[in-house]
Design a binder for this molecule. Structure first.
Ligand code: GLU
Length: 277
């Protein structure tokens, strides 16, 4: 069976993009070319009648360069200050670009605490649903300004899977700085190849991920992405990890082309989000 065919009909899609795909490596400044292409693709998918949610990193990175810091901050108050500056800048860009394509953008900042309280969880679910019913495109990030170590998701890969599970998305696309999951480290082993489909997640995958966690700038390496795939697939969403070098890859994925690594959904009827966060 060609599993890729089933991606054509996806209706509720979460797209995650990492800091390394949104910023220029050497300056840390926003890559406007990529940002514009990403927004145009998402606006177009929305115009096709699909529900679209964007999970975007970049708050700390953008804030850091706005504040003139040369290195990514390590101290928590500095990170949180950078996130406060950067999230506002990032959102200003998203608002500008989405409105150019006649789209309604919305911001949702999540904290892990919210997910642990059933009432808050339901409120968050209702807010997402209402926004999607309005035709809006929610742009989601962790509320880095107030999240501290004990109460944070920590990486947006996990956050994107949690969002996909929460809103009953049928598809999660994780755009990153590697083409997908490799059988071994492609830099060290010439015979390493891209895994095109993962039918079932098992322990062999973790061994591959350890070898090939090539993601340089973002928080989440390949091991994190496998945890993310676990949450998404048991919640009932297919997931693709693919290169964020050109956001138009999303079109190719939705046309059923063999891009990146596809993780097939295996919905667990007993699935409870709170078991995974
Ligand atoms: N929330 C962080 C930010 O916007 C990114 C976390 C991650 O890289 O996964 O800077």
């Amino acid at each position: 069976m060609n599993y890729r065919e089933r991606l054509k009909g996806k209706k509720r899609i979460v797209v995650k993009i990492g800091t390394s795909s949104l910023t220029h490596k050497h300056t840390g400044e926003l890559n406007l070319y990529k940002l514009e292409r990403l927004v145009r693709v998402l606006a177009d998918l929305r115009n096709q009648g699909r529900d679209i949610v964007l999970v975007s990193s970049g708050a700390i990175g953008v804030g850091r360069s706005a504040a003139g810091l040369k290195e990514r901050p390590t101290q928590l108050p500095v990170k949180q200050a950078c996130a406060a500056i950067g999230q506002a800048r990032l959102m200003m860009m998203y608002q500008k670009l989405f409105s150019e394509y006649n789209q309604l953008a919305a911001q949702i900042l999540m904290t892990k605490n919210v997910m642990l309280n059933p009432q808050d969880l339901e409120n968050t679910y209702n807010t997402f649903n209402t926004l999607l019913d309005m035709g809006a495109i929610p742009v989601v990030n962790e509320n880095d300004t107030v999240s501290t170590h004990e109460i944070q998701f920590g990486d947006n890969d996990t956050l994107s899977a949690v969002v996909a599970a929460l809103i009953h998305a049928d598809f999660l696309v994780v755009l990153t700085d590697i083409d997908g999951l490799y059988t071994d480290d492609p830099h060290a082993n010439a015979r390493a190849h891209l895994v095109t489909v993962v039918e079932r997640m098992d322990s062999r995958l973790n061994a591959m991920a350890k070898e090939s966690s090539g993601s340089g700038m973002g928080t989440g390496g390949m091991a994190t992405k496998l945890r993310c795939a676990k949450i998404a697939t048991v919640s009932g969403a297919d997931m693709v990890i693919a290169s964020g070098a050109d956001p138009e890859i999303i079109y190719k994925i939705l046309e059923g082309e063999e891009c990146g690594t596809l993780f097939l959904a295996h919905k667990d009827e007993e699935f409870r989000l709170t078991d995974y966060i």
